[in-house]
Design a protein around this ligand. Structure first.
Ligand SMILES: Nc1ncnc2c1ncn2[C@@H]1O[C@H](COP(=O)(O)OP(=O)(O)OP(=O)(O)O)[C@@H](O)[C@H]1O
Ligand SMILES: [Mg+2]
Length: 126
């Protein structure tokens, strides 16, 4: 059986996992900015959420939503540690409109990643 622990390079910094919640119409710009930052893959999900205004005063497609949960896009990106700062900056720049509801970026330590086809693990897999 594959022991994932043995693939974690000792003494090296862990990979990072980044979750970003953005406005749907900024997705193309963010995707391009992340590609320019060297990101090789990502997962995109349509989600709903709210922030401090609880969705009440935010506009979506020109309409003020009366519901609490607004449509957002969730991006999940696994990264080599040295790519994180560039990726966060790229998302912030490309997703920002300056209006409320622009979203959030969350960064986590990522213990392991495995590229299924090749069996590569660790930074080589992302
Ligand atoms: N604390 C949180 N935890 C998890 N998801 C969050 C959190 N805050 C915001 N989100 C997600 O991000 C989306 C956008 O949040 P939003 O940008 O409105 O945050 P905010 O704190 O209200 O900032 P702003 O004042 O700029 O609107 C939400 O719809 C939700 O999906
Ligand atoms: Mg808000």
């Amino acid at each position: 059986m594959l022991d994932l622990r043995e693939h974690i390079p000792s003494g090296k910094k862990a990979m990072k996992m980044l979750i970003a919640i953005i406005k749907p119409f900024r997705l193309d710009a963010v995707r391009e900015a992340l590609a320019d930052a060297g990101v090789q893959g990502m997962t995109v999900t349509e989600v709903r959420g709210f922030g401090r205004q609880k969705g009440h005063t935010e506009l979506y497609r020109g309409n003020e939503y009366t519901v609490d949960l607004l449509p957002k896009i969730k991006l999940e990106v696994a990264l080599a540690p040295e790519t994180v700062d560039r990726a966060v900056e790229a998302i912030q720049k490309a997703a920002k409109t300056g209006q409320i509801g622009d979203g959030k970026i969350f960064v986590f330590d990522l213990d392991q990643a495995v590229r299924i086809r090749t069996g590569e693990a660790g930074v080589g897999a992302v």
